[in-house]
Write a protein that binds this ligand. Sequence first.
Ligand code: 5GP
Length: 199
Amino acid sequence: MGRRASPRRRGTFWVVCGPSGAGKTTLLNRLRKRFSDLHYVPSYTSRPPRSAAERRAGRYKFISKEEFVKLIRENAFLEYALYAGNYYGTVKAPVNDHLAAGRDVIKEADVQGMRELRQRRLPGRLVGIFILPPSLEELERRLSGRGTESTAAQQRRLSAALKELGGLYFFDYIVVNRNVRESLARLGAMIQVERARRE
Ligand code: 5GP
C-alpha cells in the first residue's frame, strides 16, 4: 500500500502504547509489513536485551544507562521515561526528519512518553493508539507465559500496566486486542481514516 510523500503535506506520527503483554509488538510488526510507507523508528533503552533474537529484531537500540543519561544531557530526546527501572526514549532527529519530509512515522512509547509528546511542537500530526489486553487476568497470563522475567519483574510490569490505564486520556484510539487479525483490521482502518481526513 505505497503512497508517495508530497512536499506539501507533513507526516503523521503514530505512537502506539500499551502495557507489555498487551500484544503491541506483534501488532506493530504486522502493521509495518502491511503499510510499507510507515517508517518505524526504534526506541533507545537502557534495559538489557531479553535475548539475542531481541537484540537483532531492531525494536530497540540497546545502550548503557550512562550512555542514556549522556543523551538526556545533550537534549537528544523528544521524550524519555523511566519504566520499571529502565530508561526508554525517542531520539528527536529521525522522527522530525521523516515528519518534515512528509513521511509517516510509527513507534512505541509508554504513557509518560505520550504525555510528553503531546507537549512538543512536532513538524507533523501526532496520533496516539492505546492497545489494551482483553482483561487483567489475560495480561497476567501472557506476562508469566513469556517466561523472560522474574516474578518480581512481572509484578512491577503489572503494576506499571495498571498505572498506565489512568493515561488513556492522551490517546486518540483504543484497541482491545482480543485477536491479532481483528485488531490489525481496526488499526488499518484507523490509518486509512486519518489519511483520508487530511488529504
Ligand atoms: P519493554 O521492556 O516491555 O520492552 O517496554 C516497557 C515499556 O516501555 C513498554 O510500555 C514500551 O512500550 C515502552 N517503551 C518502548 N519504547 C519507548 C520509548 O521510546 N519511550 C517511552 N516513553 N516508552 C517506551
